[in-house]
Design a protein around this ligand. Structure first.
Ligand code: S6P
Length: 570
């Protein structure tokens, strides 16, 4: 069976683990260009069929929200839910500033705690998904529901789409993802009677009757295999923003294609700075490798974007939440989130720059890196940082200069990226500022994704282009982990699964009870363990015991090196 494209390995990045920092950036650029140029026979987001659908859907949304009791709900898990939140927040702010009703709502699996911490298991529950949607829409007469699941796989979203299909008089369901429908996940969902594929096929039928929409451009595999926070997350952002903009603003004076080409122009501007972005990755990698931490500080959308990037590192790279953290000025008061202030839930939820200044700054060391994102935070915080021992970097964007980039001696690395999107001056004054803000925020996403990805590569968390220390924290990640073990060994799928289970249950001999337990039990058993997948790979590849696999890893955490040493000594 063909693997979903979102889970395939991208040939462009197969040596990203041994590339220099500048080369890492160039590889990420090449992979991101597939968003705009397509992959194999697909045309990416410029596909004419996709653009027509966006146009029709924007009209549909616009009709729904103009009527009383109409609304738009965007939902997803992990990064997809976070992007849903950001989009709802941005467009509600815009509507409010124009004196209009705020009609965007978001749902994230695991609720608002999942905005900044990984609650991956919440993704697996279709029943809770449907309940949440019901709850959010109980007062509504007519809803456009947009379910985002990059891999066309999340049961939480499947439950919601299924609910929409059962109430067509109320809901218009929309699915956003980046695989063709036939590659949607076809695995049993615990305590449910359909697979994601079946739901997607029902949606296809509804789409033919003009009762649903599927937006699923193929944009090629991720640069780090399966890491949908990267190009899939970016493409989600672009699609949601273009849709929302055209739904609420009829007089933009641009076509959808032109707006998409503006995203491509700023992508080119950002990655043109590969040399300077490479230096940023070097600083970040040095911090992580010396046991230091990376702190992003920013205002509004920049701070939020960076916080989201930071929060994705634990599930992606098995990082601790301290490794990379993001802070936004004003903390929860800037968020406009569903559940309000969560800061009393513990330090993971202390997200304001003020929290950073109070709790972290006094003990900052020369191993730590502070990255100021945007001019507002630079004005606010740069002076107080100048004399501190930490490494410092500053990234900002300019629209009014043609040459870019400078290294500011007093402030470590200062990178000013000139953004240039040729059509910006044609946009109607009513939404020009909003479009520029969206383009800056997506640019920032490219910068922080490059930084955190590059730093973890330098820390040895990536083997070829796979994140091998992935946390086995939901069913998607369990199945991905089996695939990773199989990829590095010559074992069958079943044998690879057994090696993973041995690592999860910390045993050389599995019991019948362990092998026949449901995936959710494996996930629970794995939740507190470290290095589950790397240990499983060594058992699979070297037929060694759990004990010796762990010993090898404690001496040399970079797996490719352990394997090379073994090959040499064989
Ligand atoms: C991926 C990220 C995950 C995913 C989540 C939802 O880099 O760590 O949190 O966003 O698993 O995936 P999907 O395919 O349903 O959008």
């Amino acid at each position: 069976m063909e693997q979903p494209i979102t889970e395939q390995s991208n040939p462009l990045s197969s040596n990203i683990d041994v590339a220099s920092s500048e080369e890492i950036v160039q590889i990420l650029y090449a992979c991101d260009l597939e968003i705009f140029h397509g992959w194999k026979n697909s045309q990416g987001i410029k596909d004419k069929g996709l653009i027509d659908k966006i146009e029709n859907l924007a009209k549909k949304i616009s009709n729904v929200i103009e009527k009383p009791g109409g609304g738009i709900v965007i939902s997803g898990c992990g990064t997809s839910g976070r992007i849903a939140f950001l989009t709802a927040r941005t467009f509600n702010c815009y509507l409010k500033s124009k004196g209009k009703e705020e009609c965007f709502q978001y749902i994230i699996a695991g609720d608002d705690k999942a905005l900044f911490t990984s609650i991956e298991l919440a993704e697996d529950d279709p029943v809770v998904g449907a309940e949440k949607l019901n709850q959010v829409c109980k007062e509504k007469a007519s809803v456009v529901y947009i379910g985002v699941t990059c891999g066309l796989s999340a049961p939480f979203v499947a439950g919601q789409l299924d609910l929409c299909l059962s109430q067509p008089e109320k809901y218009t369901p929309v699915l956003i993802g980046f695989n063709p429908v036939e590659l949607a996940r076809n695995l049993d969902i615990e305590k449910w009677d359909k697979t994601f594929l079946q739901v997607a096929q029902n949606l296809e039928i509804a789409e033919k009757q003009q009762k649903a929409f599927i937006l699923n451009p193929v944009i090629g595999p991720e640069p780090i295999t399966g890491s949908s926070r990267m190009k899939s997350g970016t493409t989600t952002r672009i699609l949601l923003e273009v849709l929302s903009l055209f739904a609420i603003q009829k007089d933009i004076k641009l076509s959808i294609e032109e707006l998409m080409s503006m995203y491509e122009s700023v992508c080119n501007c950002v990655y043109k700075q590969s040399h300077h972005l490479g230096s940023l990755i070097d600083l970040a990698g040095a911090s992580l490798n010396s046991g230091g931490n990376i702190y992003y500080l920013g205002c509004e959308g920049f701070g939020l974007m960076a916080m989201i990037d930071a929060s994705e590192c634990p599930p992606t790279y098995g990082a601790s939440f301290h490794d990379i953290r993001g802070f936004v000025t004003g903390g929860f008061s800037a968020l406009n989130n569903n559940d309000g202030d969560l800061s009393n839930l513990g330090s993971q939820y202390q997200i304001s720059v003020e929290d950073f200044e109070r709790e972290i700054l006094p003990a900052i060391t020369s191993d730590d890196l502070v990255v100021l994102l945007g001019e507002d935070i630079f004005q606010r915080s740069s002076k107080s940082l100048l004399d501190l021992p930490c490494k410092k970097a500053y990234v900002t964007f300019q629209w009014d200069q043609t040459s870019t980039s400078s290294t500011c001696v007093e402030f470590g690395l200062a990178l000013s990226i000139a953004l240039n999107a040729p059509l910006v001056d044609r946009i109607s004054p009513d939404c020009k500022f909003l479009v520029m803000q969206l383009l800056e925020e997506v640019s920032l996403k490219w910068v922080v994704n490059s930084l955190s990805t590059g730093a973890h590569i330098l820390k040895g968390k990536v083997c070829q282009n796979m994140m091998i220390d992935v946390k086995v924290s939901n069913s998607k990640l369990f199945h991905r982990a089996v695939g990773i073990v199989q990829n590095y060994s010559s074992l069958s799928h079943e044998e690879s699964c057994h090696c993973l289970l041995k690592s999860i249950y910390d045993t050389d001999i599995l019991t019948e009870e362990q092998t026949s337990a449901p995936v959710v039990s494996h996930i629970n058993a794995a939740s507190q363990k470290l290095m589950v997948v790397p240990v499983a790979i060594l058992i699979a590849k070297l037929s060694c015991s759990i004990k010796s696999a762990k010993e090898m890893i404690s001496c040399q955490p970079v797996l490719r090196k352990v394997l090379i040493q073994k090959d040499c000594s064989a």
